[in-house]
Write a protein that binds this ligand. Structure first.
Ligand code: GLU
Length: 487
């Protein structure tokens, strides 16, 4: 829904700090961010920590750093104060209590004194009778005097929503169209718990209103809660925001995306060396497309193109192969200098952290390998021979390429190479051709043997590129070593 100019766009990402950032959460954050930026609006980060039992130490810091890594910047939040703070729900308890009281005064909520044991009892009874479990509204119509005396005695209580007994709730969802639900299926939801903390439902409505949220963009799992929220907005005399519920994320077998079938934490993808550009691009396409064939998009391009109208209803399949392809494409688009700095970071955590490798050398490795890697770590994993001599020789390649006469041929080649002064690729090539001709063998036989000798492998970038990169001394040393080990 294109927002009207009268109401500025303000959207929020409202995670609960229960651990890592799920890729689904990243998508929600991203769509909110893109929508805000596209419409010159504001994007807020709100921490929903009203369920203190689920709170995980360090989760907020982790969320902030992961969003920062992804390049999703918020305008207001815990560490970016704005006019609508605090942005952490546990620091807003007073507001929720005041609004719960207001709802009671308006006859839209009531005190409930039922004990946990009684509630459990009803639940069991309903389950045995195969009925949907819901509160039996025992305290809904307690006489005022009784309520006052129980409160005065300090009796433990919650505040529940007084859901209309009949009628319908209806709201428009940008993605799903008009959603209508009969009130009779809605439970008298707890709004304020006995410890004075609000439930999610009360807190989200109060905050979305007070923080002037124009559009609520969130996962489909919240769709069933929305009718209750709409009732609450109206009960408080407020206009609900525009809703947009994003499609589910699915495993390739169409089941709901789960940890069992692969990684779901953004941190895991980050640790595996995925580029932020690739992950953000990938996540953007989970349920949205730009309306044409383009698949590789930068964050700025996504901001320019994004619209909620192009978000689909059906579940979006999380396909890691596509993510890997996007990583390859985004890595290819980086300048050599950027790749160099990433490669240096990677090397500093690898077994080569104390190997001296100068920039000029690494840049040559990068240009030889860059069309062959999807991840920075693959510069090392796919061509370790640029960083150290081979530790062994691929046995299948040895079997195919190392003939009884190979040692002799390579010794001759060492003789030719030793005579070269400051050789470039062409000089290595000419020397190899001379040796092959003099020995009456095809060039190919020597080429394969040399590749095996210097790299330990049967494939890689052009042989003369490798030799030029390694330099004459190292090339000769490695060939001699292979003769020694393989003859
Ligand atoms: N706190 C909810 C969550 O953890 C937010 C739901 C919403 O955006 O309203 O996902």
């Amino acid at each position: 829904m294109t927002p009207s100019t009268s109401q500025p766009v303000r959207v929020r990402f409202a995670p609960s700090p229960t651990g890592y950032l799920h890729v689904g959460g990243l998508r929600t954050a991203l769509y909110n961010y893109l929508f805000a930026k596209h419409h010159n609006g504001k994007f807020l980060l709100r921490i929903e920590d009203t369920d203190q039992s689920r709170k995980v130490e360090g989760a907020v810091e982790n969320l902030i750093s992961t969003l920062g890594w992804a390049g999703i910047q918020y305008d207001e939040g815990i560490d970016r104060p704005g006019a609508f703070g605090p942005y952490v729900q546990s620091e807003r308890l007073d507001l929720y209590r005041r609004h719960a009281e207001q709802l009671i005064e308006r006859g839209k909520a009531y005190y409930c004194f039922c004990s946990p044991e009684r509630l459990e009892e009803i639940r069991k009874r309903q389950m045995t009778a195969k009925l949907p479990t819901s509160y039996d509204r025992h305290c809904r119509n307690l006489p005022k005097a009784q309520v006052e005396s129980l409160l005065a005695k300090g009796e433990s209580h919650v505040v529940r929503m007084k859901v209309p007994l009949e009628g319908e709730v209806s709201f428009d969802d940008v993605i799903r169209g008009t959603v209508t639900i009969g009130c009779e299926v809605l439970d008298d939801q707890v709004l304020l718990k006995s410890d004075g903390f609000p439930t999610y439902h009360l807190a989200v409505v109060v905050d979305d209103h007070l923080m002037k949220i124009s559009h609520v963009i969130r996962g489909e799992e919240w769709l069933p809660s929305t009718p209750k929220h709409v009732l609450l907005f109206r009960a408080l005399g407020w206009e609900p925001p525009v809703f947009a519920h994003l499609p589910l994320l699915l495993n390739p077998d169409k089941s709901k995306l789960s940890k069992r079938q692969g990684d779901v934490a953004v941190e895991e993808y980050r640790a595996k060396g995925y580029l932020r550009e690739a992950l953000v691009n990938f996540v953007a396409l989970l349920g949205w497309n730009p309306g044409d064939e383009r698949e590789i998009l930068s964050l700025d391009e996504l901001v320019g193109e994004f619209s909620l109208e192009r978000v689909g209803k059906s579940g979006a399949v999380f396909n890691v192969e596509k993510l890997n392809w996007l990583n390859f494409e985004h890595l290819r688009r980086k300048s050599d200098k950027e790749v160099l700095s990433m490669l240096r970071d990677y090397l500093s955590t690898s077994e080569f952290s104390s190997t001296h490798l100068d920039d000029a050398y690494l840049l040559k490795v990068i240009s030889a390998m860059r069309d062959r890697v999807s991840f920075v770590r693959e510069f090392v994993e796919n061509s370790p021979y640029f960083f150290r001599p081979p530790r062994g020789y691929d046995p299948t390649v040895v079997k195919k390429r190392w003939k009884p006469e190979t040692s002799e041929l390579l010794s001759r080649l060492i003789g030719e190479f030793s005579r070269l002064e400051n050789p470039g690729k062409e000089e290595y090539e000419a020397a190899l051709h001379r040796t092959a001709e003099a020995s009456q063998v095809g060039n190919g036989q020597l080429i394969h043997a040399v590749r095996l000798a210097v790299s330990g492998m049967g494939a890689g970038p052009g042989l003369y590129d490798i030799l030029f990169l390694l330099g004459r001394e190292e090339t000769i040393r490695r060939i001699a070593m292979a003769i020694e080990k393989l003859k």
